[in-house]
Each structure stands twice: as C-alpha cells, then as structure tokens.
Ligand binder design. Structure first.
Ligand code: SF4
Length: 423
C-alpha cells in the first residue's frame, strides 16, 4: 500500500553539477512530430523550489533559505514562460498547478509578478488555478495576492493537527495556522481549498489519526488528500528509521487508519476518486485528472515534470544552472514510452482512480502489443478478488484491492520479457 499512497512529483535534492542525459527539448520538432495535429497542452505545472526549512520526510526538490535568489528565480521563470510557444496551447488551459517547495514563501510582490505571468500566458475563463501553500505563509496579504492574480484553489499542507506528530516529521508549522489560513483565503475569495494530511506517522495511534481527520472535516475543505507516510530513500526520516531511532507504524495499524479514512470521509460527504484523494461534489482536482488520464501538460521551473503525447521528461533539478540558463529549462530523464510501457502505465493510472477503466479500453489494450500477456494477470486478480468489474462495466480495484493496489499495479506494469535486462 505504501508506494501507492506516496506523494507525487517526488524529486531529489542534488548538488549543482552536470548530469548524464541532460538535453535541450526541441519544442518545435516536438510540436511538429504529430502528423495530424499539433499536440495541445492542457495543463501547466510550475515548480517553486524554496522552503523555509526542510521537513525530514520530504524528497521533493527544494532548497531551504536562499531568500536572496527569490527575485532572480521569478525573473527567470517568467522568461521561461515567455519562451513557450503560444500555438502549443489549445483553446484554453484546463489546469495550472503551482507546486514546490513552498510557492507562498515568496514576498507578496514577487508572488504577484510570478502569478501575473502565469495568468497572462495561460489563464482561461474556466481554468483551475491551484497554488500549494504552507499554513505558516498565508497572511491576509498573501491570500489577497493569490485571489487578485486569478488563483481559485489552494492546496494547504496541514499533515497533522498535533504538534507532537508534526515534530516527529520535523514539520515546522503551528497547527492553529491551518484554520487561520483558511479564514484568510476564504475572506480573500479563494473558495476551493484542499488539505493534505499524512497518516502512519511514527508513534501515531488510530485515535490520533481519527482526531486529525475530524479536525480536517470540521474545517470543511472541498478536497482532502490523505497519504500514508513514505520513508523515501535519502531523507533524514529514512535515516532515523534505518538506524532504529524510530519505529514505523505496524502495517495493520496503517491499514486500519486507511479503512477508517474511507468510511469516515464517505459519511462526511466526500467521494473517494483516487487511492489517496477525496472530494465533495464539483471539487475533484482537475490537475490530478490530467496526470491520471495521461493528458498533455507542460512543466516550468527546476525539477518540474512534463508530458506531451507519450514523451515525458523532468527539468534539470539544479537551481544554479536554472538561474544561469535562458529560454526553456534544460531537461533530463526524457523518455518516450513504447506501446508496452504505455499500456502498463495506463493500467496503473486508470486503476489508481476509483472509477477504473472502461471495458472497451481494457479490451483494446489487451489486444495490442504487450497486452495479451497481461490478460492472465488481470484474470488472476479478478479471481482473487483484488479487481472487479463494476456495475458500469469498468475494471476497478476492489475494497481489498485498494489496500494491495501496489501489488496489482506492479504486476500489470512490469515490462514484458523483451523489455527486460539480460542479466
Ligand atoms: S514544506 Fe513541503 S516541500 Fe518544503 S520541505 Fe516541507 S514537505 Fe518538502
């Protein structure tokens, strides 16, 4: 279960050196490579890599401090946006997501310039415009800056409402600031709020998780993301675990927390639409759906990941190199998935979503290259009850399958023998 509940956009903090596989994305050839039509970008992800402090569980690409670089960063990312060809955007952008890091650590003036750039280049009348925020950073002024620059959704990292658990994560915020932030945001006119929570924190009891979830529900956000804690390699928290200084919550306790989350949030009127995400009616995160439906989105800023028509990449995670560069980011980790990989990914993304995959799509995938060998895997998991066909005739994870999603997805994702290594 753990890997399935992990945070997305995981990146590594690395030193400022050249990496093998760096390249410049040839955007013109990318957009002329499709014979019938220019691939249309429907989403934008922009990464702001600054945080006040590095939380011990975090493996995102962030740098603590470096306030002296904020201005240069905003100038550079605005220039990067200006280098993006407007013809690559369709009739409108469905979702803009500003993640980090802590985007709201920027001063109100810099934040306004940065968001104003995104607004001018990409915001349409119906675009979902989300900014991630840390509760410590939402003052009335910052809330006003977000609202005035078109932001209509804020994703707030609450994680827990209990100081002792936040301390265990080395997460530096006062839990009372979550409610205060929501007040400021709502007063400024930002109505759509998502809260992020983490369960399975070392030493956490089921009752503590229940209290956290009750507190979150009482704040009435439209959207909740509840992730099981992941001990990512290279993080200080993983180091403490490996040295035996902390103990992971027993798997059965984490399962109880997850099961309780599912039933309590359903009772509170939240629909689970993905393994770790719940929304009230009309509040599903469109940015999330872009990822899971494998649509096209562009990435700005160091370490941001993009995808256009099967080509995926990640921008170079080097702040110094980014600031010294020009035009679009240098990229690395670029890959174009072949048919087999695309099918595996589609199973993974589709099954993460509670609505699953339509039978016609499943049949289409299973009849293509790399599909046939997956049929017995699917049949086995249908027989063992981890998968089922819903009454809408869609292939879905069962309630038990949700707990073992990692196992099911790994089976379906594994490349065929022709793609394996010859060890
Ligand atoms: S505030 Fe968020 S991005 Fe920054 S270090 Fe903590 S978890 Fe990572």
């Amino acid at each position: 279960m753990k890997e399935d509940l992990q945070l997305s956009q995981a990146t590594m903090s690395v030193k400022n050196a050249f990496l093998p596989g760096e390249e410049q994305l040839d955007i013109q050839s990318l957009f002329s490579s499709t014979p019938d039509a220019t691939p249309v970008v429907e989403g934008i992800y922009a990464h702001v890599p600054f945080c006040a402090h590095r939380c011990h569980y975090c493996d995102f690409f962030t740098v603590a401090g470096r306030e002296d670089e904020h201005q240069a960063f905003v100038k550079r990312i605005l220039e990067e946006m200006g280098s993006f060809p407007k013809e690559a955007v369709g009739s409108s952008i469905d979702a803009i997501f500003v993640g980090g890091g802590t985007p709201t650590i920027l001063s109100s003036e810099l934040l306004a310039r940065f968001l104003g750039g995104l607004q001018a280049h990409f915001l349409g009348v119906d675009t979902e415009f989300t900014v991630e925020a840390n509760p410590e950073t939402i003052s009335p002024e910052i809330a006003g800056t977000l609202a005035m620059n078109g932001v209509n959704r804020v994703s707030l990292g609450a994680q827990s409402f209990q100081p002792v658990l936040l301390e265990r994560l080395q997460r530096k915020h006062d839990p009372d600031n979550v409610a205060r932030s929501l007040e400021h945001l709502r007063e400024a006119g930002v109505e759509r709020i998502s809260l992020d929570l983490i369960f399975g924190i070392p030493g956490q009891q089921l009752a503590q998780w229940q209290a956290d979830l009750e507190m979150a529900i009482s704040l009435n956000p439209g959207h909740l993301s509840c992730y099981g804690l992941i001990y990512e390699p290279g993080t200080p928290l993983r180091g403490r675990l490996d040295r035996g200084e902390i103990l992971a919550v027993p798997e059965e306790d984490e399962v109880s927390m997850y099961q309780w989350t599912i039933s309590r949030l359903a009772e509170a009127g939240y629909e689970q639409y993905e393994i770790s995400n719940w929304a009230k009616p009309g509040e599903i995160c469109r940015h999330n759906l872009l990822y899971w439906h494998n649509r096209n989105w562009w990435a700005f800023g160091p370490s941001a990941s993009g995808h256009v028509d099967g080509l995926r990449w990640r921008n170079l995670p080097r702040l110094g190199r980014y600031l010294a560069g020009q035009g679009l980011s240098t990229v690395f980790d670029m890959e174009r998935l072949e048919e087999d990989g695309r099918i595996g990914e589609r199973f993974m993304m589709g099954l993460r979503c509670i609505s699953g995959l339509a039978r016609e799509e499943v049949d289409g995938m299973l009849s293509g290259e790399g599909g046939g060998r997956r049929r017995p895997i699917m049949e086995r998991h249908l027989a063992d009850g981890l998968l089922h066909w819903s009454k809408e005739d869609r292939l879905c994870l069962s309630q038990r399958g949700l707990l073992l999603a990692n196992l099911v997805v790994a089976d379906l994702l594994a490349p065929g023998p022709e793609h394996g290594t010859d060890s």
